[in-house]
Design a binder for this molecule. Structure first.
Ligand code: FES
Ligand SMILES: [Fe+2]
Length: 341
């Protein structure tokens, strides 16, 4: 089956593209990677809280790694590298939760969910546990009805926090609605979209190029548009909180699957005063919007030295900001646009 190429300016809106990979257009076929970045360091959603019951075990693939996610009997989410340090079984395939630990299905070794240390080798009279019997563990936390894991390429501890989105806990706001889908794009490229003001007119067909303010402070960033009514805050690469005054608040999370793919979770709420239909219609409208970006994103490449106009300087600022989230990645980011020269 051939898929028709989209006709753009603006790009067509087709929400089905998000949830049906068969409707995606992929024509870029070069063999080199499209994006040069490694997986960024940061907090990423690995499950919805409601989908992980105590004692439950899940296989997760994220950060280019096979992972096992489980909830302890006491209710804590825990995440380890999936393959057992002993003889390599996948801990999610038959492994069982015991108190704070997971027991491997292959030979019954038991690993602590928080430290990853082996706490028991149940046979052979082993009276001491070798130091190397240690699974790599990931810091986890639970916030905004989601389970988050901290990824750091060098195993360093978290250097920023996940904000509480107050509306998700406010009785005047609707219970959350989650939409999730995959996109073949690097997290940084997806985030760059927010400071790429001119694309709003040409991809999305919005009236004008929004006049925006864009600031960065350490690991935090904020973009404001539509006369102060549309505020997008970013915490690291892959966690955004968007608020359109009086209409919708949503948390936008992009979990890197690997260097070139992300799993997106959008968590929406709307004021109850806006009626029951407001929540679905707000979610639909953002899904319609991103359906216009997806064919561009899934076929574009990264230009390290782009030709830019003066008004596009925030793109360079965003790239410099994003660099702090990578281990072992360097890039010579231009400091001026073509027009400045
Ligand atoms: S492979 Fe896990 S206990 Fe042997
Ligand atoms: Fe966009």
């Amino acid at each position: 089956m051939t898929i028709d190429l989209p006709v753009g300016l603006p790009m067509p809106r087709n929400r089905d593209v998000l949830f049906d990979p068969a409707q995606r257009v992929h024509v870029t076929r070069r063999r080199e990677r499209r994006f040069p970045f490694p997986v960024p360091n940061g907090w990423f959603i690995v499950a919805c809280s409601s989908e992980l019951a105590p004692g439950e075990v899940q296989a997760v693939f994220a950060f280019g790694r096979d992972l096992v996610l489980f909830r302890t009997d006491a209710g804590e989410p825990r995440m380890l590298d999936a393959h057992c340090p002993h003889l390599g079984a996948h801990l999610a395939v038959g492994g069982r939760v015991e108190d704070d630990c997971i027991r491997c299905p292959f030979h019954g070794w038991r690993f602590d969910g928080e430290s990853g240390a082996c706490t028991e080798i149940p046979y052979g009279g082993a009276n001491h546990i070798p130091k190397r019997a240690q699974a790599h563990s990931y810091p986890t936390l639970e916030r905004n009805h989601m389970v988050w894991a901290w990824y750091h390429a060098e195993g360093e501890p978290p250097f920023y926090d996940v904000p509480v989105v107050e509306e998700f806990h406010d009785p005047d706001w609707q219970p959350i609605l989650v939409r999730e889908f995959d996109i073949a794009i690097a997290a940084q490229e997806m985030a760059e979209n927010n400071v790429d003001y001119s694309h709003f007119r040409y991809v999305h067909g919005t009236d004008g190029i929004p006049e925006d303010e864009f600031i960065t402070e350490g690991t935090y960033k904020r973009a404001v548009g539509q006369g102060g009514n549309f505020v997008r805050e970013g915490y690291g690469l892959g966690l955004g909180v968007l608020r359109v005054k009086g209409w919708v608040t949503f948390l936008s999370s992009t979990t890197p699957i690997d260097e070139e793919h992300v799993h997106v979770r959008w968590v929406f709420t709307t004021p109850k005063a806006n009626g029951d239909d407001a929540l679905v219609s707000a979610a639909d409208s953002f899904c319609d919007g991103v359906s216009q970006d997806i064919p561009i994103w899934e076929n574009k490449i990264y230009r390290p030295h782009p030709v830019l106009t003066k008004s596009e300087r925030p793109i360079l600022e965003h790239r410099r900001w994003a660099r702090q989230f990578y281990s072992a990645y360097d890039e010579d980011i231009p400091t001026t646009t073509e027009e400045d020269e």
